[in-house]
Design a protein around this ligand. Structure first.
Ligand code: HEM
Length: 118
């Protein structure tokens, strides 16, 4: 399930409680950028993210790895749903169907940064 995918692949950078590391890895807990349109988080997970962002008032300019080769649509949907609904986050579930659509239409780094809610 999503919690297991998170523990195995994400918690090393974003932390077991989603707090991240200020200046290095953005927090997922309380981060409203990740609980909007489910296309954004699907694209970040499939294709990664790099470039300047501000999360919970703190700037980041790092490299988030892509997971398209390691995780299938159901696993990406599960971990996205997990981080959108844990640690007080109130985002809706992400479906494997949404991830499948996003996988079929690859996005560039610039496009993904533009999708990010400001
Ligand atoms: C960004 C989730 C694994 C490093 C993000 C964002 C999400 C996310 C949703 C966007 C945050 C925002 O827009 O505010 C996840 C999940 C993971 C995972 C669910 C496991 C599948 C990792 C790992 C690393 C990492 C293993 C470190 C090697 C980063 C960095 C950013 C980021 C540096 C910010 C990129 C930038 O500054 O542009 N992550 N992440 N992530 N993640 Fe991850």
């Amino acid at each position: 399930d999503g919690a297991k995918v998170y523990a195995a692949n994400c918690s090393s950078c974003h932390g077991a409680s989603g707090a991240g590391v200020p200046g290095a890895f953005p927090p997922l807990a309380g981060n409203t950028a990740i609980t909007g349109d489910s296309k954004y988080i699907s694209d970040v997970l499939l294709y990664g993210l790099q470039g300047k962002i501000v999360a919970r008032g703190q700037p980041y300019n790092g490299v988030m790895p892509a997971w398209a080769a390691q995780l299938n649509d159901a696993q990406i949907a599960a971990v996205a749903t997990h981080v959108r609904s844990t640690w007080g986050n109130k985002g809706s579930a992400v479906s494997a169907a949404t991830v499948k659509i996003e996988r079929s239409t690859p996005k560039t780094v610039v496009q993904i940064l533009k999708e990010r809610p400001q």
